[in-house]
Design a protein around this ligand. Structure first.
Ligand code: 6PG
Length: 227
């Protein structure tokens, strides 16, 4: 299964509309961290009173830390739309304890083993990482656990992380990557381009063969030579 690349003028607006649609149906959504999704979160509205929100990864910092993905999502979206349920990754517990706690939450959802999420939203690092799955790390080969600790991330911020594993990210009806800007063009080509193959050196390239429906929502700058 390969990813479908959708080059659009305003990826953030398209992503916001998708988030609104899934949320209004009471879906289970996984939010991406980093900086790219903020523009989409700020534009997203609609009715979230039946939605459940999860996180693809988190930095092991307190929830009010400027590096917290949870804080970014609250500021740009969650404090305003107020979903029914928000499952925060408790990064302040440290990578292993926080991952174990999140794993319990995911398994207690009663959906483990099947489709966990209606939508997984992901970003893409310039090194091809996604969530906190970094090139050539052992976390890429985890096939039973749903969440793991990442003691040594491969890109800033260099703080330990917690990340959903590939089996968890793939347990989604839809996986959507939101990628913008010329600095990501090389990673997009390596992960999703015509010649792309599953490669642990480019973690995002591993998802299309594991997940049913993978879309890359991107601007022309990020598309570069991949389309
Ligand atoms: C994180 C993200 C990470 C992010 C990429 C892209 O915690 O940093 O989950 O995977 O999506 O690094 O980050 P930018 O959107 O900031 O380029």
């Amino acid at each position: 299964m390969s990813a479908s690349l959708e080059v659009v003028a305003d990826p953030a607006r398209e992503c916001a509309a998708l988030l609104e649609s899934i949320a209004s149906e009471g879906g289970q959504l996984v939010l991406a961290g980093g900086s790219t999704p903020r523009a989409a979160y700020e534009q997203a509205g609609g009715s979230w009173e039946r939605a459940t929100v999860w996180f693809g990864d988190e930095r092991c910092v307190p929830p009010d830390d400027l590096r917290s993905n949870y804080r970014m999502a609250c500021e740009s979206l969650l404090d305003r739309v107020r979903p029914a349920v928000v499952h925060r990754i408790q990064g302040e517990l440290g990578p292993d304890r926080a991952a174990e706690a999140y794993e319990r939450l995911l398994r207690d959802s009663g959906r483990a083993g099947g489709i966990l999420f209606e939508l997984v939203l992901l970003g893409l690092g310039a090194d091809g990482h996604t969530a906190s799955l970094f090139p050539d790390q052992e976390s890429l080969f985890e096939r039973s656990r749903l969440a793991v600790g990442v003691p040594h991330p491969g890109l800033e911020p260099f703080v330990p992380r917690v990340t959903l594993t590939l089996p968890a990210l793939a347990a989604a009806r839809r996986v959507v990557f939101l990628v913008t800007g010329p600095t990501k063009a090389d990673a997009v080509a390596k992960a999703f381009g015509p010649g792309a193959r599953p490669d642990p050196h480019v973690p995002a390239s591993l998802l299309p063969s594991l997940a049913g429906d993978v879309t890359v929502l991107l601007d022309s700058a990020a598309a570069g030579g991949a389309v």
